[in-house]
Design a protein around this ligand. Structure first.
Ligand code: HEM
Ligand SMILES: *[C@@H]1O[C@H](CO)[C@@H](O)[C@H](O)[C@H]1NC(C)=O
Ligand SMILES: *[C@@H]1O[C@H](CO)[C@@H](O)[C@H](O)[C@H]1NC(C)=O
Ligand SMILES: *[C@@H]1O[C@H](CO)[C@@H](O)[C@H](O)[C@H]1NC(C)=O
Length: 328
């Protein structure tokens, strides 16, 4: 009898705890997989076809699209604020900031948007197109598939100074982690997502300080493998304005080679190399080298989490007609 009472009490208290949690959960995860299934059934397929065609022409384009997603989601949430063009010199947008100068894939997003608008005008947000394109890029470059919830709406505001939410490439792990914990992301997620640097480029300008003027006593960063430093110096002569592969071993393949490079002191950016050298992240790097399937899972999970940051849903924001401009 008393057992029965106990079970009932437990059940009721469990319900009392769970019911409000469900409401909260709805707030936390307002996006839904297959959001356009009824309103624009071909949306995701149009993105997939356009990304596939773009990759056939330029196998490095997935890097541009994955980075675009990161830069969108970390600044003012995944609201496509990164795509807004400056219309008044008094209000420079995110695109004007130095960190966004080298973004690639912007024209591709515009052309995908035009194709989607032609079939379902005013339905699919630019923010979701970025998220779909990043998901498809991950598959194209790494054979890594994850499904991405959608239903993001586009923001109407973009402010250059807010790009300071993006981490610069010369920090050690603790200060770099601040940028991620600020976005409720963990050290594991930061380390897993940095694996995106297994594709794409960095401007020599960002690498050269490690090669030519590190500090007063060491012109060259001692955490760089000397042979790799010589290789980089050939690719990036002093004052060069070109770019260099972030992963010179498998430059267009999104894989755990990035972590293997770090282990051999072949990280291109300081922010890459520190992951292998700092105790907070070294163990994670080792795990991703030994168990590529764990990195794949962590990367996919973190990409989905990244896509949920500060999203606009329901009646907030708008569905832009053109990704570069707010609707009149
Ligand atoms: C952990 C902190 C991070 C720092 C400090 C950082 C910094 C950088 C820098 C400096 C570049 C070169 C940009 C240029 O040359 O103009 C770059 C490129 C890139 N980043 Fe990151 N990044 C970080 C995290 C991420 C994340 C989380 C992602 C995506 C999940 C990402 C994806 C990329 C990609 C794909 C490229 C190559 C872009 C291209 O080839 O166009 N990065 N990053
Ligand atoms: C973290 O967020 C706070 C409050 O929004 C901000 O003042 C601070 O500059 C952020 N730090 C980093 C490293 O982004
Ligand atoms: C230069 O960097 C090296 C390695 O980090 C360090 O040992 C040395 O003290 C630094 N020198 C100066 C002048 O900061
Ligand atoms: C690079 O530029 C600096 C500053 O403009 C200049 O002093 C230096 O001589 C240049 N180095 C080379 C190798 O061109």
């Amino acid at each position: 009898m008393s057992n029965m009472f106990m079970i009932c009490t437990l059940l009721f208290s469990a319900l009392a705890i769970l019911a409000p949690l469900e409401i909260l959960a709805a707030h936390w995860q307002p996006l839904a997989e297959g959001y356009y299934w009824k309103s624009c059934p071909s949306a995701e397929q149009i993105v997939w076809k356009a990304v596939s065609a773009a990759v056939r022409k330029d196998p490095t384009i997935p890097a541009g699209l994955i980075r675009l997603y990161f830069h969108d989601c970390f600044v003012r949430g995944c609201d496509a604020s990164v795509l807004l063009k400056t219309t008044s010199s008094k209000n420079p947008t995110e695109l004007e900031d130095f960190a966004n100068r080298g973004l690639r894939g912007l024209d591709l997003i515009d052309s995908i948007k035009a194709k989607v608008e032609a079939v379902c005008p005013g339905i699919v947000s630019c923010a979701d197109i970025i998220a779909f394109a990043a998901r498809d890029s991950t598959y194209k470059a790494g054979g890594i598939y994850y499904s991405i919830p959608s239903g993001r709406r586009d923001g109407t505001v973009s402010i250059e100074s807010e790009v300071s939410a993006l981490p610069p490439p010369f920090l050690d792990v603790p200060p770099m982690l601040q940028f991620f914990t600020n976005k409720s992301m963990s050290v594991k997620e930061m380390t897993a997502l940095s694996g995106a640097h297994s594709i794409g480029f960095a401007q020599c300008r960002l690498v050269s300080p490690r090669l030519y003027n590190f500090n007063k006593t060491h012109p060259q960063d001692p955490t760089l493998d000397p042979k790799f430093a010589s290789f980089l110096k050939k690719k990036c002569p002093q004052n060069a304005t070109n770019s260099v592969n972030l992963d010179s071993v498998t430059p267009n393949h999104l894989d755990n080679q990035y972590y293997k490079n770090l282990k051999r002191n072949m990280g291109v950016l300081t922010s890459d190399q520190v992951l292998a050298n700092h105790p907070m992240t070294a163990k994670i790097v080792k795990k991703y080298i030994a168990y590529p399937e764990i990195w794949i899972q962590d990367f996919a999970d973190a990409m989905v989490h990244l896509g949920s940051l500060d999203v606009l849903t329901g009646k907030k924001g708008q569905i832009r007609k053109k990704c570069g401009f707010v609707n009149h």
